[in-house]
Design a protein around this ligand. Structure first.
Ligand code: NAP
Length: 474
């Protein structure tokens, strides 16, 4: 596919191969964009900002609804794109398309609700004659940088609210999975979005991503990705708004009186969805000592039944990891934990990019698996005595995106809700639960700001105050 600048599809001599992670076969190529392309894309987006800002809201709403309709028409094609350039099974990919359609639909709906309010100026002494209000106006050019693991819906989470709010965008999708993003751009143009409003440049983050982030014409960087790149971008961005959706290593507390079968099923699914390449995927399961052995045995047995293989096979439960180096890193982390005394309960092996879903117990807190984001199909199990102890372990890391507790005791649920340092806590669901309308984001190093359309729209618009100084009529 080609990249998109100012409504033109641009090819380049130098290209990047997009590979199927299962076997390394070529899916397509995309242009290797340069700093000059970024410059042209931003120049176009500056014009695009004026165009979109001046569109009446009903035009933006029509475009976004139309895009959702076109996505529905291309449902299966989009799902196959996700499952061919990326790791998700075709079943997981279809769910992502459904969510992305929902994201665009909600963006259209929220574009109706960008409102302000009147202000009580006369409550301040000396302001008796003032009347006024504020309304929200778009920020300008938004640089959107997205990761590989939800290559369509995480792009929709940036484009939908940015367009709804009247901004323009330069998008840089993940280099390994650019095709879903380019197809969404194609759909938006077809839905009537003016060409300058959305520009997509493909190429390496370290080069074109940085050129984009540094540019002073860009007024906001909306980034989703790892903590390391997030910290680098925050340093480079200078005086502009930043939204950061970064990593996690979700803790799930399984309390004594919960429904154990339900907890096992939910945690297995939450751990191995998208091969564990999921910012809210279950990583650390903390289980009450009284039910630890029952939970552990059921969890390992359920994991062993997972069918790992070709993402496009309808029977596959879990596909390949995104690259072989990532698959190797994950197995290295498992081996490190085992060398430090952990016991392997399931998995731990790989063939190429296919890693068996892996379960360990007795992982040292200082092992990488104990304190960092594994971003792969690996879960650690750990017993606890008191709820305070479980919460302390849950909070002992430098990230906090989602957490969860399985319990039938409301008091214990509320106790954990108040004390767990996370941006979202699920009760009787795994950390992996998310719908697209909820405020989504983390605390500590998991990020800054919130996505989830209504909340992203707040981040992507600013209040402008209007005040009239009235005089008595003659
Ligand atoms: P990543 O390596 O941080 O890359 C994310 C994006 O940033 C890619 O487009 C990448 O480009 C670009 N990039 C990398 N370095 C950059 C730099 N110095 N300047 C500008 N752009 C740069 O993350 P990933 O491996 O794709 O995704 C996994 C991470 O994303 C995990 O940590 C996961 O938890 C996090 N994530 C968070 C959320 C959330 O909502 N909180 C959701 C999904 C994923 P290239 O592809 O060219 O390297």
């Amino acid at each position: 596919m080609k990249m998109l600048i100012s409504g033109e599809w641009i090819a380049k001599k130098e290209t990047i191969d997009v590979l199927n992670p299962l076997d390394g076969s070529l899916v397509d190529t995309v242009p290797r964009g340069s700093a000059e392309d970024v410059d042209a894309a931003i120049e176009s987006a500056v014009r695009g900002f004026h165009i979109n800002r001046d569109l009446p809201a009903h035009r933006r709403i029509t475009i976004l609804f139309k895009a959702a309709e076109l996505m529905r028409e291309r449902y299966e094609e989009l799902a196959r794109t996700i499952a061919t350039e990326g790791s998700k099974t075709i079943t997981e990919a279809r769910k992502e398309v459904g969510r992305a359609i929902n994201t665009m639909t909600i963006s259209a709906e929220e574009a109706r609700r960008i409102d302000g309010e009147t202000l009580p100026f006369d409550s301040a002494e000396g302001s008796e004659n003032r009347v006024g209000y504020y309304f929200r106006f778009p920020i300008g050019v938004i640089a959107a940088i997205t990761p590989f693991n939800d290559p369509l819906n995480l792009v929709a989470h940036k484009l939908g609210p940015a367009i709804a709010g009247g901004n323009s965008v330069v998008l840089k999708p993940a280099t390994v999975t650019p095709l879903s993003a380019l197809k969404l751009a194609e759909i938006l143009l077809q839905a009537g979005l003016p060409g300058e409003v959305l520009n997509v440049v493909t190429g390496p983050g370290g080069e074109i991503g940085e050129a984009l982030v540094r540019d002073e014409r860009v007024r906001m960087v909306s980034f989703t990705g790892g903590v390391e790149a997030g910290e680098r971008i925050a340093k480079l961005a200078g005086l502009k708004k930043i939204g950061m959706e970064l990593g996690g290593n979700a803790p799930v507390i399984v309390d004594e009186d919960c429904d154990l079968d339900e907890a096992v099923e939910s945690c297995v699914s939450g751990a191995f969805w998208a091969v564990g390449q999921n910012c809210i995927g279950v990583q650390r399961v903390l289980i009450h000592g009284a039910i630890y052995e029952r939970f552990r045995d059921a969890f390992a047995a359920r994991t062993d039944r997972y069918k790992v293989g070709d993402q496009l096979d309808e029977e596959t439960d879990m596909g390949p990891m995104i690259t072989e180096s990532e698959a190797k890193r994950v197995v290295d982390w498992v081996e490190e934990a085992v060398a430090m005394g952990a016991k392997l309960l399931a998995g731990g092996t790989r063939e190429g990019t296919l890693v068996r879903p892996t379960v360990l117990e007795g992982v040292a807190a200082r092992a990488k698996l104990g304190c960092q984001e594994v971003f792969g199909p690996v879960v650690t199990l750990q017993p606890y005595g008191t709820l305070d102890e479980a919460i302390e372990i849950a909070n002992s890391v430098d990230v906090g995106l989602h957490g969860a507790i399985f319990t039938n005791d409301l008091n214990r649920a509320f106790y954990a809700i108040k004390r767990m340092d996370v941006g979202g806590i699920m009760v009787n669901d795994s950390s992996d639960y998310r719908v697209d309308l909820m405020p989504f984001g983390g605390v500590k190093k998991s990020g800054l700001g919130r996505e989830g359309i209504r909340f992203a729209l707040q981040e992507m618009t600013e209040p402008k105050v209007v005040c009239f100084n009235l005089r008595e009529p003659d």
